[in-house]
Design a protein around this ligand. Sequence first.
Ligand SMILES: Cc1cc2nc3c(=O)[nH]c(=O)nc-3n(C[C@H](O)[C@H](O)[C@H](O)COP(=O)(O)OP(=O)(O)OC[C@H]3O[C@@H](n4cnc5c(N)ncnc54)[C@H](O)[C@@H]3O)c2cc1C
Ligand SMILES: NC(=O)c1ccc[n+]([C@@H]2O[C@H](COP(=O)([O-])OP(=O)(O)OC[C@H]3O[C@@H](n4cnc5c(N)ncnc54)[C@H](O)[C@@H]3O)[C@@H](O)[C@H]2O)c1
Length: 498
Amino acid sequence: MSAPTRRSPRPLSADEAGAARWDLIVIGAGSAGLVAAKSAAVLGARVLLIEAGSFGGECLHTGCVPSKSLIAAAHAAHAARTAGRFGVHAGQVRVDFGHVMDHVRGAIAAIQPVDSPDALARAGVFTLAGRARFEDEKSLSVDGRRLRFGDAVIATGSAPVLPDVRGADAVEILTNETFWNLQELPERLLVLGGGAVGCELAQAMARLGSAVTLVHRGPRLLPREDPAASALVREALRADGVDVHLQASVQELHGAHGDGSSGGTAQLSTGAQVRFDRILAALGRRAVTAGLGLEAAGVAVDDSGAIAVDGALRTSNPRIRAAGDVTPLPRFTHTAGVFGSTAATNAVLGLSRAADLDVVPRVTFTAPEVGAVGVSPEEARTRGFRVLVHEHRDLDRAIAEGDTAGRTTIIVDRRGRIRGASIVGPRAGEALAEYTTAMRAGLTATRLATTTHAYPTYADAGWNAVVAEAQRGLRSGALRRGIRLLAGLHRRRRSRTS
Ligand SMILES: Cc1cc2nc3c(=O)[nH]c(=O)nc-3n(C[C@H](O)[C@H](O)[C@H](O)COP(=O)(O)OP(=O)(O)OC[C@H]3O[C@@H](n4cnc5c(N)ncnc54)[C@H](O)[C@@H]3O)c2cc1C
Ligand SMILES: NC(=O)c1ccc[n+]([C@@H]2O[C@H](COP(=O)([O-])OP(=O)(O)OC[C@H]3O[C@@H](n4cnc5c(N)ncnc54)[C@H](O)[C@@H]3O)[C@@H](O)[C@H]2O)c1
């Protein structure tokens, strides 16, 4: 078997891959692995990307893309149903769930070619379909064939946590991996977990016509977000008809048929009983490391089972780095990509560049959207930072669109620099980009205040907040005295020349 030449990257068999010496092997072709492999290829490395399932990983097949496509359909149903408030009457809204799911599959199919082995070959990456397992500190095997690497990046992602309760075996429990196979809209859907997955899908399914119950263990939805954002999202879910149970969990499940099929009853810790036709677990994630041979490779995991990494994404084996959901770092597509790139660049160039953990934006695509970056309003108060709030009831664009349930909060440190933002409202994800860039560039609130923003936009809310802050500065202390002095001098000059 001749070794594949560096000049003609292509999909390989395990035998072909075993005949080469790889600068870098990347395991897993999700967001982290795809970006890692392409970044290494750009730097001229001979790189092999191994994937056991579908190229594109969770984001494309079972995560961001299908969920945002479903949310788009739900948004259309909601807009049609509520158009009457503008005097626009759409009539009886009918949702064809089969068609909705065709749209979801269509979006995946449209994006898929970008992540395909052919596209990767064009980007200079060799690919191998198969499951990788480490044999020792510098080699792994696929289908019994040994492959040697100079460096490796583990990017095997995460899997959904299932409820560990009595009767869980008696009912079919959907997760983000199986939810997209639904053929019919469930009449009654029970969603477990009030994080991003639970809130996004509960609201979307309610808007499409399911009677949704959401059961969440904590005292508020989206616990990582500003409490004000949690409250607005809870109110929005309630308005969409979602029956939200907080500080509750399922204690026992009873299958309607006792044969592992879909319907049943859930007994909650609060004493309530919930009947459902389908149940979806959105209870968080666990890192995928089973069967990887981490011990043989000398790669350690942390208490949660995720691969432990240092700031430069190195594992306990200096040849091996890790990125994406398999690590304990924030679990998003953009962080997977950025950290994948950092890990691969460090591996290929022998650097120790640290992953940027200070400026990590996140957006939950509920209606209203919730976007946040940097220091939270709660933390800001304890650190003595300024917390600037502009309520969307005072925002012209929100008033024009009849969508005023939102707020923009900007965090400013003692030197006037932007240190965080939390935005709740339509297009919060888009508005957030300004503060992400401002933080990265070290911009001050004054710099943003003196930057012209287009009117009327949702970004106006943050602009109003920083302008008010700048005006506050003008009214106080030394600045105020300086302004008065300047104005006085000008008045005197005018009176002398009049
Ligand atoms: C419903 C849902 C919605 C989401 N929405 C968003 C969103 O809107 N925005 C956002 O930023 N994030 C979102 N996320 C999170 C995002 O999907 C993940 O953070 C991201 O996809 C993780 O990428 P990854 O590369 O680490 O892992 P994955 O995409 O899971 O890729 C890992 C790959 O490794 C492969 N693999 C595993 N073991 C092996 C092995 N031994 N050998 C070879 N291959 C192997 C797997 O088959 C898989 O393809 C969402 C998640 C869910 C569940
Ligand atoms: N828009 C986005 O960027 C987006 C969308 C979806 C998912 N994601 C990512 O995917 C990951 C997984 O999301 P997720 O929502 O599944 O997990 P999560 O950890 O964010 O939320 C799960 C929630 O379920 C609750 N919970 C746990 N066990 C419970 C129980 N037995 N009963 C009731 N509630 C229980 C937890 O308190 C937790 O708040 C997250 O890391 C998230 O960042 C991102």
